[in-house]
Write a new protein. Structure first.
Length: 468
């Protein structure tokens, strides 16, 4: 079954409207003429005839009646004829003995004999035009003694109505032109943009997000829809690019440890590499692969809109102390000092496991890039509304051109891409997502060669709530 396009539907609707208008106009003209104007003229003729009939019955066929008859004939648009022999109406024109036409038919004469008023609309027997006529019988002693015949050319009736008719025709033409203009405007301003949106949606469905709708200057609902459509297309394009980049990065990150594991396994099998060394490296790469997979799953979970964290009151300084203690052995081994400046009154609402993960990731980065003999400063402070954690190292720092991108997944500064660093490139992305879930802020400040400062700000909680 063939489906009509919206353009065909609109033009069909416009055509239907025009046809309906024409039909309505024709019906209106016919009603005004036939039902109102002609009937009104008939009523006028009958009223005049009734008045003359009253004079006849009161005065008889005398001079007063004849004067009144002449006056009525001259003062009105109607032609008024009186005959005292109604048989003449059915046998010719009483005013023209040579006429071969009858004013009334035999059936109408029978109606007159029965005392009925005859109304007729037919061609005039003496003039080349149609007339509207009324014949009123006159009785004396229950016998038909005469008749009054009033007639008016239909051209006289058409004449005042023709002005209205032409006005209606002009108005109808203007209305049709207006409907066509508005229909064309609707097609141009509504239908064509909708068709464009449909085509763009088809391109999006096929994976092409480059098509945009050029309606951004429009201020109406379609313009707003077009801008939303373009925004959606751009967002999908960005998501698609991020997806491709993410898959490429995942493939690269997974391929590297797998290649090491495969190569050393083959080396051990062929005896090129000692078993102890080979297994050590394989275990190291397996651990790295395990961390990568764990971080990927963690990040995917955190980025999901449906992921919910259970928040509870946390003594933040105590949580930081516990995590820093876990890094003490590694820091001592690397000869890096960790100095703490913690405000024990800092109480927050949050998820202890996830915030502990934030502290571990930041400390792990700081320790990885801080040379031997340097120091890491952990500072926790608060104000009336917020709690601020700063982890500042004296490491190699981050170049300015890389500082804005280090929170992206798998992004590594060139100086930090050596394998001995062991990072997955996801730590700061995970930190950003966790802090975002806590409605906090995460900022990085760094000076190359002097160190990096990671600042986390969270909403403070009244310690009275925690103690209760």
């Amino acid at each position: 079954m063939k489906h009509w396009s919206i353009k065909h539907k609109v033009w069909s609707t416009i055509l239907g409207v025009i046809v309906s208008i024409v039909i309505a106009a024709v019906i209106l003209v016919f009603f005004l003429y036939d039902r109102l104007y002609v009937e009104k003229q008939i009523e006028t003729l009958m009223l005049q005839g009734d008045q003359l009939t009253s004079v006849f019955y009161g005065q008889g066929n005398e001079a007063y009646f004849q004067d009144r008859l002449a006056w009525a004939d001259e003062s009105t648009d109607a032609d008024i004829l009186f005959t005292d022999n109604p048989m003449l109406l059915a046998s010719g024109d009483p005013l023209d003995p040579n006429s071969q036409y009858n004013l009334i038919t035999f059936e109408e004469r029978q109606q007159l004999l029965a005392g009925q008023t005859v109304v007729m609309q037919r061609p005039h027997p003496r003039f080349d035009q149609d007339i509207l006529g009324v014949a009123i019988p006159l009785f004396e002693q229950e016998n038909l003694s005469g008749a009054i015949f009033l007639s008016q050319p239909l051209s006289d009736i058409y004449e005042p109505f023709s002005d209205i008719q032409w006005l209606l025709i002009a108005a109808l033409i203007l209305l049709i032109l207006f409907v066509l203009f508005m229909g064309n405007k609707m097609v141009r301003d509504v239908v064509i943009p909708l068709i464009t949106m449909k085509n763009v949606a088809h391109h999006i469905e096929q994976g092409d997000y480059s098509q945009l709708i050029d309606l951004t200057d429009s201020k109406d609902e379609l313009g707003q829809l077009a801008r939303s459509f373009n925004s959606l297309s751009s967002s999908l394009n960005e998501v698609e690019q991020n997806r491709k980049e993410f898959l490429a990065n995942v493939a690269h990150e997974l391929r590297t440890p797998l290649s090491y594991m495969k190569g050393y396994a083959e080396g051990v099998e062929e005896g090129i590499i000692s078993k102890e060394k080979g297994l050590g490296i394989i275990q190291k790469e397996a651990n790295r692969l395990d961390r990568l997979v764990h971080d990927l799953l963690d990040l995917a979970q955190l980025e999901g809109d449906s992921y919910q964290m259970i928040h509870e009151p946390i003594a933040f300084a105590e949580l930081i102390d516990d995590v820093v203690d876990q890094f003490s052995l590694a820091a001592d081994k690397k000869n890096v000092r960790m100095e703490r400046f913690l405000d024990d009154e800092c109480i927050i609402m949050g998820n202890a496991d996830r915030l502990g993960q934030v502290i571990r990731n930041l400390l792990d980065n700081a320790l990885s890039y801080t040379p031997s003999g340097k120091c890491i400063y952990i500072t926790l402070s608060k104000n009336e509304k917020d709690v601020s954690l700063e982890i500042k190292d004296e490491g190699i720092g981050i170049p300015n051109e890389d500082l804005a991108a280090v929170k992206q997944r798998f992004y590594r500064v060139k100086k930090a891409r050596e394998r001995k660093d062991g990072g997955t490139g996801l730590g700061l992305s995970i930190v950003s997502q966790i802090i975002q879930k806590h409605e906090g802020t995460f900022l990085l400040e760094s000076t190359e060669g002097q160190g990096t400062s990671a600042k986390v700000t969270l909403k403070s909680m009244n310690e009275n709530v925690f103690n209760s």
